[in-house]
Design a protein around this ligand. Sequence first.
Ligand SMILES: Nc1ncnc2c1ncn2[C@@H]1O[C@H](COP(=O)(O)OP(=O)(O)OP(=O)(O)O)[C@@H](O)[C@H]1O
Ligand SMILES: [Mg+2]
Length: 254
Amino acid sequence: MATLEIRDLHVTVEADNATKEILKGVDLTVKQGETHAIMGPNGSGKSTLAYSLAGHPKYTITGGTVTLDGEDVLEMSVDERARAGLFLAMQYPVEVPGVSVSNFLRTSATAVRGEAPKLRTWVKEVKEAMQRLNIDPSFAERNVNEGFSGGEKKRHEILQLELLKPKVAVLDETDSGLDVDALRVVSEGVNRVRETGEVGTLLITHYTRILRYIKPDFVHVFSAGRIVESGGAELADKLENEGYEVYTKGGASA
Ligand SMILES: Nc1ncnc2c1ncn2[C@@H]1O[C@H](COP(=O)(O)OP(=O)(O)OP(=O)(O)O)[C@@H](O)[C@H]1O
Ligand SMILES: [Mg+2]
């Protein structure tokens, strides 16, 4: 079983000619087959964690390690991370002008699988996955994320997730901007992937809404750049009732 291990991760960002430390020692282990939720207030560094795992150039790793199956992720290029089995869905997905969803998916699948999927089975695979997610077939010919509504972007992410079958998936705010129906469809997609037992999922959110559909095995509270508490699904209920104030006031913050 593959394991993503984050140890004492420190990350800075350059803003207004100053260096700001955003992540202050993150420790987290996600194993294939497990579902983890990271919850925390706005600005606590959740997306910074996702970007750092993705290898975004704006984020500088100043300390700590990230390994997948013992391999150093931080040494890998963005492509190598995907090939190693890491899937990262960002809070604000970028548009890819001139590249259709259909081509994008096939190129990604080729990169991840190490060979181009057979065209006949591939077309069928994509069609079925799109149907399950209630994505209109015409989407295949549209440019990636160009003019997509918020909900369409998130469905497209889950489409990628289902087709690429990574070892570990990091989903940043997959629930944001979804209406109730879309939330259900997207959650069902995540649950299908989960049921294979072969994907470890890290769900980043600040609402417990999505956790009504996806029951996490572990919940972690993120505050001021690190994990300040971990527990089971019941911790999400506590957060729903009590909010984050107890973590952000004095004590837990850095
Ligand atoms: N590229 C950047 N340039 C400048 N500041 C940044 C950058 N990325 C993150 N930050 C700062 O780091 C802090 C953490 O931001 P981050 O987006 O990681 O928070 P978050 O927990 O994902 O918040 P939200 O719940 O609102 O999505 C914020 O103060 C933010 O302004
Ligand atoms: Mg965020």
